[in-house]
Design a protein around this ligand. Structure first.
Ligand code: NAP
Length: 285
């Protein structure tokens, strides 16, 4: 093994400590805590776990976390009405609707209804547009977490060749934009990409955000590359695996983020970061 472990759990801990300091400063300056409201519709077991983790992490950082649990058969109108209430509530700084929403609810109608100033998932088209235009705005949490992990390596990104495998609005596309903003030369790969292995072999930075266990093989990795594995895949034996063959990648890369304990903990830490950033930005507006 020559690679070094990019320990998301340790970096997330440091981010959460920074967030807690800033959340305390917000409370001291404004006389109320930062408010983060999470809306969970239905009883999807994975979503319930994610929401509980967010609630716990918010409390630990001194953020007032509140979860609105709605029945799976909630109408679109009722959901929009709750979002309008939260948009209008000055004590609410961040709003997140846990995705996916149950059948019968439209995801885009839902995320578009969140005030862009409170859009801590960074999914509103205004925030997506601001990212593309290189203007300040709330950025999606997982991509922000990946950039923070890259920062931890101390490697200068300018001029590096980067490949992002996956082009979802939540993960792949925003990471590609952030790497471009960091002056990388970015390749966006997806299910129709031809010769993916060759494209990975020429990349100094590899971000895998696909959802296919061990898609990226160790022998695809350029010696000295940085590999960030966003994928979360549940294997038949119940264990978790990333999109990258971790052991193989560690043989060649300079840095590899593991699954679990890589990008996952960073996502929650960056959600808290976004909530506190949104709170200060709303006060400054
Ligand atoms: P998604 O919306 O399903 O997108 C997957 C992307 O992978 C698509 O763009 C798809 O291409 C591409 N793809 C599929 N098969 C491929 C192949 N064989 N070769 C190259 N590209 C391929 O998924 P997502 O929401 O972006 O999530 C991606 C992964 O990250 C999932 O495992 C998810 O669980 C995980 N995730 C982790 C976190 C975290 O906090 N760690 C957060 C979010 C997501 P097309 O566009 O051509 O279909």
């Amino acid at each position: 093994m020559s690679g070094r472990l990019l320990d998301g759990r340790a970096v997330a801990k440091a981010v959460r400590a920074e967030v807690a300091t800033d959340a305390a400063r917000f409370l001291a300056e404004h006389g109320r805590p930062v408010g983060l409201d999470v809306v969970l519709v239905g009883e999807d077991p994975a979503s319930q776990v994610y929401v509980r983790n967010k609630e716990k992490a918010a409390a630990q950082a001194g953020i007032r976390g509140r979860v609105h649990r709605l029945a799976a058969d909630t109408s679109q109108a009722a959901l929009l009405s709750l979002l309008a209430e939260l948009n209008a509530d000055d004590a609410v700084d961040g709003i997140l609707v846990q995705l996916p929403v149950p059948q019968g609810l439209d995801e885009l109608t839902t995320t578009d209804a969140i005030d862009p100033a409170k859009d801590v998932d960074g999914l509103h088209p205004l925030n997506a547009g601001r990212l593309v235009a290189g203007r300040p705005g709330l950025r999606p949490c997982t991509p922000r977490g990946c950039m923070r992990l890259l920062e931890e390596t101390g490697v200068a990104l300018s001029g590096k060749r980067a490949i992002v495998i996956g082009r979802s609005n939540l993960v792949g596309k925003p990471i590609g934009q952030m790497l471009l903003a960091a002056s990388c030369t970015v390749t966006m790969a997806h299910s129709r990409t031809v010769d993916l292995a060759d494209r990975v072999r020429e990349s100094d930075v590899v971000i895998a955000a696909v959802g296919r266990p061990h898609l990226v093989r160790g022998d695809w990795v350029k010696p000295g590359a940085i590999v960030i594995d966003v994928g979360i895949n549940r294997l038949d034996d119940g264990s978790l695996a990333g999109d990258v063959d971790f052991d193989g990648a560690m043989e060649r890369a300079a840095w590899v983020s593991p699954v679990p304990r890589g990008v996952g903990p960073m996502t929650i830490a960056m959600l808290l970061r976004n909530a506190v950033d949104a709170a200060f930005a709303r006060r400054a507006a």
